[in-house]
Design a protein around this ligand. Sequence first.
Ligand SMILES: *Cc1c(COP(=O)(O)O)cnc(C)c1O
Length: 365
Amino acid sequence: MLLTPGPTAVPEFIRKSMANETIHHRTKEFENLFKNTRELLKKLLNMQEVVVFATTGTGAMEAAVLNFCKKKAVVINSGKFGERFSKICQAHNKPFVELKQQWHTPVCLEDIKDSLNQHKDIDTIFLQICESSGGLRHPVESITKLVKSINKDIIIVADGITAVGVEHINTTNIDVLIAGSQKALMLPPGLSIVGLSSQAINSLQSFSAGYYLNLKVELDKQKQNTTAYTAPTTLIIGLQKVLQTMDDIGFDKIYKDTKKRAAATRKSLEALGMKIYPKAPSDAMTTIYHEQSTLIRDMLKNSFDINIAGGQDHLKGKIFRINHMGFVKNYEAFWVVNAIELCLDKLGLRQFDSTANQIMAKEML
Ligand SMILES: *Cc1c(COP(=O)(O)O)cnc(C)c1O
């Protein structure tokens, strides 16, 4: 049972949709497929335009830095993915101000205000909606409102790789919204998606950069339902299938189910005496702080067939993360908390009394 917050499990109906002979990308057949996929993507992202790249999520992050930061950026860093924006800025010699916090702590609005007032040449701000390294949800709505109230010309880039498909995102003040294939979209890794606001599209008319990652070149092509270079046809066939299925179910229904599953999981593990790591948890995953995380993960894998994620860097062995993204079945959500309760019993930390599953049942059924 794959319950890591990315890559997530790829359901059988998606795998099957990608099992057929692929198609050539310079054909009417592909254009029709891509046209439909683009329409569904715009609906999902709630953005004016969209560009798809054959890269993992980091490719879209790099494209955003390259094409939108002209003078100086603010980078919000509450974990590995925030830090990645800083590293990309460094790689391209873009000056930036980094607002760093511990991995369980959201950015402080006052710090954003101060840096924007101090550095008048800031033209871009980069942040995660959900910072996956600690499962943290930044207060994106307040942040973006604040930034636009100080300077409406600043381009706001939101990495929504573990937020798109998880929750309804208010895109009123977001200019660039990034998504990736292997999280809530339940596809194999290999696609990144960049949603663009009309302000971002305007900005690209006067400035764009990069070769493969040039957003202006790619946008002009994709508006015609084709791609500048060879399209990742098989993944796009899968993307169309998953988006169509999600749309048929209803995006709001998926968000509601994910939220319910996340809340039930948190409640159930808290009832076992476990500690939720982030101060503001995202619904994409549940992150637990536990000194015996490595042992718990090993037991889950070896005795219960469950694969969950651990922590990185200083949180290695200190946290574990359970995925809620995608079409997680009820029995899977129940199985993981029940198995954790059994692990605690095996470790002699707490006697098993089925508390975890009872709470899941109360919250979910
Ligand atoms: C997974 C993820 C990424 C993308 O990483 P890749 O390995 O390049 O796909 C970026 N940001 C966040 C928040 C993520 O969770």
